[in-house]
Design a protein around this ligand. Structure first.
Ligand SMILES: Cc1cc2nc3c(=O)[nH]c(=O)nc-3n(C[C@H](O)[C@H](O)[C@H](O)COP(=O)(O)OP(=O)(O)OC[C@H]3O[C@@H](n4cnc5c(N)ncnc54)[C@H](O)[C@@H]3O)c2cc1C
Length: 594
């Protein structure tokens, strides 16, 4: 007999674990989250918060989304990605980033009701954790996962209560390993990985100093300092990252991974800060210093029976593109509704198999992208002459040479311009953030080919209602002219059917099917003199089906299925599709066979 029982046990209160706990509690599912420490994030590691993540927070409730904006640095202050010799020294170039180029900003605004922002992990994690606890999650701090064993009915996890020094057992129906980049859960579950850990060494130096005079006129999250001899994460430069504008900063500075990690004391940290800021008299208030490694590894399978992994436990990569915490929270959004449906008896266990099928390719994609982004600094180094070894005089001469009035210098300037512009694949990769499409048993194909990307799929989000894609954002209006996004009327732990006036029969059928199958399914008929009208025509342009067709949206905003036009028997169609997605047929067969 275990000491504690719960439906879902989550290991880790980081962005992945806290988001999953918050979602499960919102869906009314009993869950417990544990953390081996007694604190939440104590350094501001993750910060870039993309629109897709904000949509998850919005789905948790307006108050959660609003609180994030309240503590975040707004998008307008994120945008001038600066390359310089030092903050006080010469600026080499810049590129507008994180949706701040006017063309990119338009794409951002057309794509989502939410805004990208910079929310340090020290704010995001408590927000998600508080949301979870206030909605019923049992949280146990100072509790360390040691091991687990699963059988056909559940999982028994052994933990160390670090307050008493005693071992406790927790029995759950499912176990979620959100225990970070050194995941013990993944290891114990024997999940397969590809790639390599520890490909570079980095240190974080967190400090307070008012640097407004160097930066306020060119607001940015990241200031890349190209200095001969400076080195960060194997990429050959120092990074000064804004944590709070403009008086709290994080310097990221590399060290040789083949050597022992350096001891970063106040004198060392002050020296690094003075060098990168370019002010030999700078005084800093050192808040903390830590070391971490650059990893290049992802799980090819994120599920072993009743055990799932998510977040850094499954994808381990450098901070480039700011994808870590974002993807971790989005993993939770994918898994939580599936766990809820199974625990509530609305779906068979087969639904859970789609988690790994859908998210493992994303893990591979983002680990590959983040590591590729590091390599893509290469052309900048080349253009500045920083690739031929650490001969400081030679590098200085090459950097000076770009200012000459010679054809060679002109070529050098052009190469540098192109190299900086190319960094949009790291600093403005809207497609990487928003184009995730799933193919699995919890998506039912409609016989149409996947629409090919007309623009670069990494740079540009391309909306589609092709099953597996995220529902496109369009503003809809109620009778008083108040607007709601398609993202607002979908999600919230339930399936949603969207149709036009000619598709009223779909909505009627959806109500019946929801009752007969005992599932959470709502329908919206969109059109004039209905509860929601498509006054701008944005939904009609985005939906890719006729007015009598329908789009069925999963609780995580992804399209489950769509129909071009009204079916002869809409209820039968919905039962067919939902049974396939929710593993209901299979469950019935299994029950009958027992
Ligand atoms: C310098 C830097 C900058 C970054 N910038 C960004 C960014 O801009 N955007 C972005 O999205 N990401 C960024 N990241 C990455 C981001 O911090 C991680 O991807 C994110 O924290 C992963 O969340 P997680 O919940 O999976 O794991 P973690 O945050 O690592 O949380 C793991 C949790 O598990 C707990 N735990 C571990 N082992 C046990 C155990 N045995 N028992 C009990 N509890 C355990 C831990 O205490 C912790 O609560 C950055 C990272 C760094 C280092």
């Amino acid at each position: 007999m275990a000491d504690i029982t719960t439906d879902i046990l989550i290991i880790g209160t980081g962005p992945a674990g806290s988001a999953t706990a918050a979602l499960l509690s919102t869906y009314g599912v009993e869950n417990m989250v544990i953390n081996r420490y007694r604190w939440l994030a104590n350094t501001p590691r993750a910060h870039i918060t993309n629109q897709r993540t904000m949509e998850v927070l919005r789905d948790l409730g307006q108050s959660v989304e609003n609180e994030a904006y309240l503590f975040a640095t707004e998008q307008d202050l994120m945008g001038e990605n600066i390359f310089c010799e030092s903050l006080a020294g010469e600026e080499i170039g810049r590129m507008k980033s994180w949706g701040n180029h006017p063309l990119s900003k338009a794409e951002h605004q057309l794509s989502s009701p939410c805004l990208m922002n910079d929310l340090p992990q020290t704010f995001m994690e408590p927000l998600l954790f508080k949301t979870a606890c206030s909605r019923g999650t049992q949280a146990r701090m100072s509790t360390e996962y040691l091991s687990h064993e699963q059988d056909k009915d559940g999982v028994t996890t052994t933990c160390l209560d670090r307050l008493t020094g005693k071992e406790i057992t927790i029995r759950s129906r499912y176990l979620v390993g959100a225990d970070g980049g050194n995941s013990k859960v993944a290891e114990q579950a024997g999940l397969p990985f590809e790639g390599q850990m520890g490909v570079g060494g980095s240190m974080n130096i967190l400090f307070r100093a008012d640097l407004s005079r160097f930066v306020a006129h060119r607001p940015s999250v990241l200031y890349w300092v190209m200095q001969p001899g400076a080195d960060v994460g194997g990429i050959g430069m120092g990074l000064v990252r804004m944590v709070r504008p403009w008086n709290e900063w994080l310097i990221v500075w590399g060290y040789d991974i083949n050597q022992p990690a350096p001891v970063v004391d106040a004198a060392f940290a002050t020296g690094v800060a003075r060098q990168l800021v370019g002010d030999p008299a700078l005084e800093i208030e050192l808040l903390s210093a830590s070391t971490w490694t650059v990893n290049n590894m992802y799980a090819t399978q994120m599920q072993a029976g009743r055990v799932f992994i998510m977040g850094d436990a499954a994808h381990r990569h450098p901070p480039s593109n700011g994808l870590g915490s974002n993807t971790s929270i989005q993993d939770g959004f994918n898994l939580a509704w599936k766990l809820a449906a199974v625990v509530k008896g609305q779906a068979g266990p087969g639904l859970l198999d789609s988690y790994s099928v859908e998210r493992a390719p994303i893990a591979k994609q983002i680990v590959t992208r983040a590591n590729q982004s590091i390599g893509e600094f290469g052309p900048i180094f080349e253009a500045l002459g920083m690739t031929g070894g650490a001969d400081i005089a030679k590098i200085k001469a090459s950097m000076d040479a770009r200012c000459d009035a010679t054809p060679a210098a002109e070529r050098q300037r052009e190469a540098l311009r192109q190299a900086i512009a190319f960094k949009k694949y790291e600093f403005d990769a809207h497609g990487v953030e928003m184009n995730q499409r799933y193919q699995s048993s919890s998506v039912v194909a409609d016989g149409q080919m996947e629409p090919s990307f007309e623009l670069d799929a990494e740079l540009h989000y391309q909306p589609t209602t092709w099953p597996g894609a995220r529902v496109p954002h369009a503003w809809l209006y109620d009778a008083e002219g108040r607007r709601q996004s398609t993202l607002d009327i979908t999600g919230k732990g339930r399936f949603t059917l969207l149709t036009g006036i000619a598709g009223q029969a779909w909505a009627t059928a959806a109500d019946k099917v929801a009752k007969s199958m005992g599932i959470d399914l709502v329908a919206h008929v969109i059109g004039p003199r209905r509860a929601l009208a498509d006054l701008e025509g944005a939904w009609a342009r985005a939906r890719e089906v006729s007015d009598s067709g329908c789009v069925l949206v999963r609780p995580d905003h992804h399209i489950a299925w769509r129909a071009e036009e009204l079916a002869a028997n809409p209820a039968a169609e919905l039962v067919r599709v939902l049974s396939a997605i929710l593993d209901r047929d299979a469950a019935a067969h299994r029950n009958a066979a027992q």
